[in-house]
Design a protein around this ligand. Structure first.
Ligand SMILES: C[S@@+](CC[C@H](N)C(=O)[O-])C[C@H]1O[C@@H](n2cnc3c(N)ncnc32)[C@H](O)[C@@H]1O
Length: 285
């Protein structure tokens, strides 16, 4: 697939599945579209999604006045939080126009539109000068490209010297040829339903970071932190599947929306088997 075909699929997925995020994930309230990080103090989903942003902001050491690029910003949850809670200036880029509009509205409603700006742009080719940012932030967005090196090169270009890159995302836990047939099928269904063309293994992504010149590369496996959300998505899918299947038969729900539910089912099974991991990479430019 060419990169424009990949982006077309990503846009179709979000245009059609945003309704699922709004209804099942509470995205209209917290503006976030990720698994969140649960811990003893953050057991509820709405707290876990904020906690992920806080944990990553601490890891990237974001403070007052830092300039942050939110690569694949969704509807702006991280950008708004970073501006409000850390006093950062954030530019969010996203190829999905509908989400960019929502992000702009969300930031204005929360009174931070003087510190955040959202742009329709591809994170492999952003409209910013070299060395513009203290931090490049990518949460569950790099999974949507099959050229993560292009993303890493662009992140390196726009980071200041010794700037920080944080990438929280899914990565394969083993090579495809080490997987059973069931695991390969589960991963295929998961990737197709979430408009992710492919996933790098943890080791491939680590190698890419080093090859692209990043230093101090670290990785944390966030299995415990995302497990409650993965299970929640799975259980919600089991509960709603009969109605969703009927709506599909009636032509009310689309094929893309149906595949999204199938992905929601398989992601949990595959996470438990260690076929994919949810992890946090960090590195310096
Ligand atoms: C799962 S959402 C995560 C959104 C946000 N980072 C969050 O944590 O709420 C992935 C986002 O990446 C965006 N995206 C995918 N491919 C992109 C690309 N090539 N350039 C910019 N954004 C992209 C999607 O449109 C979507 O908004």
């Amino acid at each position: 697939m060419t990169s424009s075909e990949v982006q077309e699929q990503v846009n179709e997925y979000y245009d059609e599945c945003q309704v699922d995020y709004s209804m099942m994930w509470g995205t209209n309230d917290h503006l976030s579209m990720h698994f969140g990080y649960h811990d003893d103090e953050n057991r509820r989903l709405k707290d876990a999604v904020i906690n992920l942003t806080r944990v990553i902001a601490d890891r990237a050491d974001i403070s007052e006045g830092d300039r942050v690029l939110d690569a694949g910003c969704g509807v702006g949850g991280s950008a708004v939080w970073l501006a409000r809670e850390r006093g950062a200036r954030v530019d969010g880029v996203n190829i999905n126009e509908m989400q960019v509009e929502k992000a702009r509205r969300g930031a204005a409603e929360r009174g931070v539109d003087d510190r955040v700006a959202f742009h329709v742009a591809d994170y492999t080719e952003v409209p910013f000068d070299d060395g513009s940012f203290d931090v490049v932030w990518a949460v569950e967005s790099v999974c949507h490209t099959d050229d993560e090196r292009a993303f890493l090169r662009e992140a390196k270009r726009v980071l200041k010297d010794d700037g920080v890159l944080v990438v929280a995302d899914g990565f394969l836990g083993k090579e495809r040829d080490e997987m059973t047939d069931d695991e390969n099928e589960g991963v295929d269904a998961m990737l197709e339903g979430m408009a992710a063309p492919s996933l790098a293994t943890v080791e491939e992504f680590r190698r890419s970071l080093v090859d692209e010149g990043f230093r101090g590369v670290g990785f944390e496996n966030k299995y415990e932190s995302v497990y409650p959300s993965a299970r929640r998505i799975y259980l919600m899918t089991l509960a709603t599947y009969p109605v969703a299947a009927l709506l599909r038969l009636l032509g009310v729900r689309s094929e893309t929306q149906t595949k999204h539910l199938s992905a929601a089912y398989h992601q949990y099974r595959m996470l438990k088997k260690g076929v994919w991991v949810h992890g946090l990479f960090y590195a310096r430019s």
